[in-house]
Design a protein around this ligand. Structure first.
Ligand code: UD1
Length: 416
């Protein structure tokens, strides 16, 4: 298994390009299932999760062509609306094929995603929504089996704000008979990017980006070309990496407009942040101030940035309170950060981080995607060498991580 070796202490500086968003690309690639015409996607990040999804689509009969960051999908030969356990277990987002398959084929068999390191993460809301649209859904032998001659528009309400739930139901509704209203919808920018792609394919959607989305079903969708939005979590991670080293960086191909809550906190920490149309620059003081935060659905502070901010607080001046309200078990990075000398106390869904003057390199283990990112951030500032094991988690969500960090002056290498 690959490991990452980081020699801490280098101040990051320079420029790096941000990739397309994983969490936008995953649902948007699934949208290609909704039409028999080819759809072209650009700015698709080269990540393990994207490879997994393309393999899944391929075994359903979708023709997949990939050239650099462009992916062309042709679902005219879609003949096997099944997502097997072997593929779904490695990537929860595979559940995003459920809505489009039921809408286009009138049938889908998708494995339940099962357990997940950061919490239980059920898919009951996805199922409830499809049932409200007239699908007969049975959960048997670990699979969700949904059938319906044609989905019917309905008023849908989700018990909590769910990102992939909103996306799945929006994709199901675009080919339904009549109007669907999704209330309590997720407002994440990735939901808006998906809606924009669906509209380019001929869907009728309004309200994406608000908590009420209206979809008027159409008979069929057509081909289109869509550029995936920049990855706001990758952007935020590099901002934290630069901030913790007292660095000064410019990130291109991204925008601060998706990152208000994160940039606000970085400025509270003492960083100077300058936004351009397609770039963000950050310069950080020698030592950051501690910043408290609470995660919540967009536009509040994203749970996917919580771990990276815990890392920067470990060496900040003062005490930070971090409250996680989305996932029940998302502090696994804390024990690994403690191995580097961090002072963190966990009480339920709150972590109290007392900044220390310095961290020390050690061997730590990546437990999930964003937890791994926090270990990288901490490793960049820890004295001596930090070895991060199980970095396959990082490969799921960060394109060419060590190349990009090295381009900014970090001393980092991969051991295979
Ligand atoms: C998405 C993101 C993930 C991010 C998360 C929260 C993708 C591919 N992944 O995950 O990176 O951390 O949003 O911003 O976009 N829930 C239920 N029942 C459901 C659905 C959700 O109880 O049917 C709960 C979950 O367990 C969780 C909360 O709702 O506690 C929010 O989860 P959700 O927004 O659905 O997360 P994902 O869409 O899986």
């Amino acid at each position: 298994m690959d490991k990452l070796l980081i020699e801490g202490g280098a101040r990051l500086s320079g420029e790096v390009a941000i990739s397309g968003a994983k969490n936008a690309a995953l649902p948007i690639l699934c949208a290609a299932l909704l039409t028999a015409e080819p759809v072209i996607f650009t700015n698709v990040p080269q990540l393990k999760d994207i490879g997994t999804l393309l393999a899944l689509l391929g075994q359903m009969g979708v023709k997949v062509e990939r050239a650099g960051d462009t992916v062309t999908l042709d679902a005219s030969g879609l003949n096997n609306p099944v997502a097997p356990y072997e593929m779904v277990k490695t990537m929860r987002a595979s559940i995003l094929v459920l809505g489009p398959l039921v809408a286009r084929c009138g049938e889908a068999r998708v494995s339940l995603p099962g357990g997940c390191a950061i919490g239980a993460r059920p898919v009951d809301q996805h199922i409830k929504g499809l049932q409200a649209m007239g699908a007969e859904v049975r959960v048997e032998h670990g699979y969700v089996h949904a059938t319906v001659p044609r989905l019917k528009g309905a008023r849908l309400f989700t018990d909590m704000v769910t990102v992939t739930g909103t996306e799945n139901l929006m994709m199901a509704a675009v080919l339904a008979d009549g109007e669907t209203v999704i209330e309590n919808a997720a407002r994440e920018p990735e939901v808006v990017d998906l809606a924009n792609c669906l509209v380019a394919m001929g869907a009728q959607i309004s309200g994406a980006g608000s908590d009420v989305i209206r979809i008027r079903g159409v008979e069929r969708l057509h081909g289109a070309t869509h550029r995936i939005m920049p990855d706001r979590i990758e952007t935020g991670t590099y901002l934290c990496a630069a901030a913790v080293t007292g660095g000064s960086v410019r990130l291109t191909g991204t925008s601060s407009c998706y990152l208000d809550a994160v940039i606000d906190k970085l400025m509270d920490a003492g960083c100077e942040v300058v936004s351009e149309r397609d770039a963000i620059s950050l310069s950080a003081p020698a030592r950051l101030n501690a910043v408290s935060l609470r995660t919540a659905p967009y536009p509040a502070f994203p749970t996917d940035m919580q771990a990276q901010f815990m890392a920067i607080n470990c060496v900040a001046n003062g005490v930070a309170m971090i409250r996680e309200t989305i996932f029940e078990n998302r502090f696994m990075h804390a024990v690994e950060l403690q191995r580097l000398g961090a002072d963190i106390r966990i009480d339920g869904n709150t972590a109290v981080v007392q900044g220390v003057a310095r961290l020390e390199g050690a061997t730590v283990m990546a437990t999930d995607l964003r937890a791994s990112a926090s270990l990288v951030v901490a490793g960049l500032v820890a004295e001596g060498e930090t070895t991060i094991e199980r970095i396959y988690h990082l490969d799921r969500g960060y394109e060419r991580l060590e190349d990009k960090l090295a381009a900014l002056g970090a001393k980092v290498r991969r051991l295979t």
